[in-house]
Design a binder for this molecule. Sequence first.
Ligand code: PRX
Length: 640
Amino acid sequence: MSSYIASDFHHYRQLYKQSIEDPETFWGDFASSEFTWHKPWDSVLDADLDKPDISWFSGATLNITENCIDRHLNDKGDQTAILFEPNSIEEQAQHISYRQLATEVNKTANMLLSLGVKKGDRVCIYMPMVPELAYAVLACARIGAVHSVVFAGFSSKSLADRINDASCNVVLTADGGFRGTKVTQLKSIVDDALTQCTSVNNVVVLQRTNSKVTMQEDRDVWWHEAIDGQSDVCPAEEMDAEDMLFILYTSGSTGKPKGMVHTCAGYMVYANFTFRNVFQYKPGDVYWCTADIGWITGHSYILYGPLSAGATTVMFEGIPSYPDTNRFWQVVEKHQVNIFYTAPTAIRSLALCDISLVNQSDLSSLKTLGTVGEPINLEAWDWYNLHIGKEQCPIVDTWWQTETGGIMISPLSGITKTIPTFATLPLPGIQPCLMNEDGNEVLEMEGEGRLCIRHAWPGMARTIYGDHQRFKDTYYTTFPGKYFTGDGAKRDKEGNYRITGRVDDVVIVSGHNLGTAEIENAINQHQSVVESAVVGYPHDIKGNAICAFVTLSPDAVVDQDDFRSELLDLVASMVGPISKPERIQICTGLPKTRSGKIMRRILRKIAAGETANFGDISTLLNPESVNEILQVAGQQSPTR
Ligand code: PRX
């Protein structure tokens, strides 16, 4: 075991101390002892968090796929790298060895080269959770193309926005994707998106569902035809440490989604370090993260973290409720999963199901449980601990973000004492701090504030693609010299952190970050809508749900049911089905300050069911609007 992977709590403390006292030696020694490099670095870290201008391992060259694949071939060539569990229980699971992975990634890389894809080109990947998605991601990295994976649940408009923002040349997709009993028509969504894009020369279409698709001559090619005859040897492109590895979009509190840029070396080092430390992966373990590769969790903890560590990583195509709500537990038993990593929203919905269904599966292979994506409530934590972990498995509540590249605050499995609902302690190299609203640091150990990080770490995003100013404004301006996470947190006497949730206009619904501004934009497209305000409110299963307050133009005559479904359709098509409001409330006016700012704080409280304690509303432009909204709120039921 590497001396950089904590073996007990004392060791963790030692590593933490070293990493804070001398971060460059710490990360430099870890990076040189654990990875394959072509050229060593000139300096470990050059960081100016005011600009911000951050570079790790500059001067070094490498290719991440050599670290995720080639270097394992000697001693792990026959070990399963990816264990693919299909949507249908009728279809056989696939055990893809490291050797097969090498073959498939190289062939896919050669396919991309034959289409003219070069180092630095952006490739959009809009695919279901099948092995070819993993091959595609790694093939891009192999040839130095920048992957931009778009979750295959996004609408054609969202897909088009992301393709245009990154000027992608190629889209990799499939005819369709299986999700439980449903088939998503991915190719036709791509076709629709591409009516709004000019940068795309080729679309490669994987046959998965045998859905009928229209192939556009000169643009579209079938995957099986394009890959046929490609060589299984493809030399890895030598990449500079700070060359772009991928772009991944995340919702912002205002405006369009942000294309977070991660670069080759720092991201690799951090994904590997955190995977091994947090999950305490041991050779032979079967590890399963249930996320989709369309999100950062899938990037870092289905692919890059586990594969760089030579692990066996499960990739699941389906959904937790198909064919039955015990599917997760059946898969755990079937593949003897040792480490299981999922989201609180999944835990909450599975906890509602008949417990005898859980108990039908033998879960004794499990050693470690993980959660990610939103704060986990106590009931869900207890249920997970009792019914899945049988009180024998540490729960690692991992706090991190698309922007951070990897886990930042979390217990290390079996090492850190867990506390329900607490993400507990920072990983080595991570220096969190709490800031109060006046911009001062909370110096007492026990306290509450806005969560910031004060020193650079290797996995941090380097910029927003094409908009460095927005990167600076969003993350490095509120508290100069520090990275501002957008989350609030509490800290206890021992220094354990509990994340309390977003402090900006991002709402986390079923673990997905949704920007309220984007949803408002979609709603405002409706011809009868004058303006809207979208807020989140607590929801038992989803964590949060969306409530939209909408005002109509005076001459609008709308049938309420039709109007609601038109709004839902608009949101689904412009943003994506996951962003549909749970509740829509029509009002005559939205509460505003005298300067015209909508008082979302009051609307948040109303949506949460509060009927009083809105503070002094007499200074509002239209104080009467609050009572009107309250009256209507009392009479309304959810839209779906
Ligand atoms: O609010 C925090 C919440 O999810 C946000 C990041 O979302 P995203 O970039 O989509 O990445 C999700 C997967 C890493 C954070 O700002 N969040 C994530 N993990 C936790 C969490 N909130 C509380 N506890 C967590 N463990």
